[in-house]
Design a protein around this ligand. Sequence first.
Ligand SMILES: *[C@@H]1O[C@H](CO)[C@@H](O)[C@H](O)[C@H]1NC(C)=O
Ligand SMILES: *[C@@H]1O[C@H](CO)[C@@H](O)[C@H](O)[C@H]1NC(C)=O
Ligand SMILES: *[C@@H]1O[C@H](CO)[C@@H](O)[C@H](O)[C@H]1NC(C)=O
Ligand SMILES: *[C@@H]1O[C@H](CO)[C@@H](O)[C@H](O)[C@H]1NC(C)=O
Ligand SMILES: *[C@@H]1O[C@H](CO)[C@@H](O)[C@H](O)[C@H]1NC(C)=O
Ligand SMILES: *[C@@H]1O[C@H](CO)[C@@H](O)[C@H](O)[C@H]1NC(C)=O
Ligand SMILES: *[C@@H]1O[C@H](CO)[C@@H](O)[C@H](O)[C@H]1NC(C)=O
Length: 395
Amino acid sequence: MHRCLAISIVVAAACLSGAHAAISVGLTRTQNGSLKNVAKADQARRALLSRANSEGATSLPIAQLGYAAYTASIGIGNPPTYYNLLVDSGSSNTWIGGNKPYVKTSTSVPTGEAVNVSNAGGAFVGSEYYDEVALAPGLIIRNQSIADATGAMAPPGVDGIIGFGPVNLTLQTFENNPMQTIPTVMNNAYAQKIIPEQVLGVYFAPATSNYSMNGQLTFGGVDESLCVGPIHWTPVTTTKFADLYWGVNISASYGRKTLIPATHSGIIDTSSTLTGVLDAWYETYIKAIPGSFFDANVTGLTAIPESSVKHMHMIAIFVEGQPLLWDVEAQLAPKSLATELGGESGFRYSYIVPIGTAFLPGIDFILGMSFIERFYTVSPCFDLMPRSDVEPFWL
Ligand SMILES: *[C@@H]1O[C@H](CO)[C@@H](O)[C@H](O)[C@H]1NC(C)=O
Ligand SMILES: *[C@@H]1O[C@H](CO)[C@@H](O)[C@H](O)[C@H]1NC(C)=O
Ligand SMILES: *[C@@H]1O[C@H](CO)[C@@H](O)[C@H](O)[C@H]1NC(C)=O
Ligand SMILES: *[C@@H]1O[C@H](CO)[C@@H](O)[C@H](O)[C@H]1NC(C)=O
Ligand SMILES: *[C@@H]1O[C@H](CO)[C@@H](O)[C@H](O)[C@H]1NC(C)=O
Ligand SMILES: *[C@@H]1O[C@H](CO)[C@@H](O)[C@H](O)[C@H]1NC(C)=O
Ligand SMILES: *[C@@H]1O[C@H](CO)[C@@H](O)[C@H](O)[C@H]1NC(C)=O
């Protein structure tokens, strides 16, 4: 079993009561030789993250997100067709049609609404449907609003996205009704009593090779067998714009140096590969590691001479003052991945990268897959909807 700590983001401590009925599904890490796009894809994604809040930013097609990602196999329709959907905490629409066309069945009901989305989950146009969404065989959300994306391309192995962000990230989906939100998969799974709480446990297995690493998503709770040590709790940040996402306030140190001063807000993002911090903080990191530099042109990672690795320190991430220790080896891409990325021999490559002098107000860092692969991450119980006592709707 992997060493694994837990960070939980909750708005209320009651969030996890009754997690006994949680449902777990497997995740697959897709790479298929597309690792060379990691840094570019993260840059594209950052542009899309900021697109949510700043006018005039360029929208980028999902094709540019061709990189290491985690997908879950999710069934849609009845009988269900299974799609590999990218697990995205930075967007909230669920859509299919990327590589595999939407196979419509008698449960697929068009809403008549045209969709035009451009956010962290990608940019696509299409039409909205209600349909059944099977999280696992027999565990079916009914009347889930999904998009059939006709104008989207997706990286190999990815058929669309399942969005786990807060429901407000679905604002502006419909051009003629931009203030309408769309209940997310978590909203509906909770409202239909499929899960006891709107909580998502995310376990990403550390990459040790090129492709096909497994992780696990737990709908409605935490799989404590995947956690070592206590769960560290922190509320969702109230700092704009991190509050739109899985936003947290943390501080961090590298050895004895301050990496992130107490405290700053940023986000945890399942679909960013790397972990980015503001340039000034990044300078602290590379200045403390002799010979290291940001290899912007080739790998997009931080190049570290092998001779410096033995002098590196742990990063401690403080969540409500409690440290999560990110050891040296975990900061570094495995050697085989570094080779795949085009790295030079004699160097190791760190996942810690700079994101600019001021990326987006309130988002001073992005903890991506490289963080989640070390720390079991539990999502916020966002948008708690009162659970109605009526029977779930059956289409
Ligand atoms: C990684 O996978 C690609 C194909 O997807 C293969 O060509 C390459 O040799 C693999 N690299 C390593 C280090 O295993
Ligand atoms: C989608 O919206 C963007 C602006 O957000 C616009 O440029 C584009 O033309 C729209 N596409 C369609 C098909 O309506
Ligand atoms: C299906 O869900 C939508 C919200 O997404 C809601 O407006 C509609 O009333 C629901 N339909 C039924 C029959 O429950
Ligand atoms: C990715 O690679 C895996 C392992 O080789 C393979 O099973 C899978 O079909 C590939 N997917 C795509 C879309 O190429
Ligand atoms: C969601 O957006 C609406 C409309 O802008 C706003 O009134 C509401 O406060 C937002 N909710 C949250 C939880 O941010
Ligand atoms: C969170 O960080 C932001 C700066 O990013 C700061 O302004 C805010 O006061 C912090 N919030 C808390 C509760 O410490
Ligand atoms: C990166 O590429 C640019 C343009 O080709 C070049 O000017 C720069 O020196 C390169 N940087 C490094 C660190 O190699």
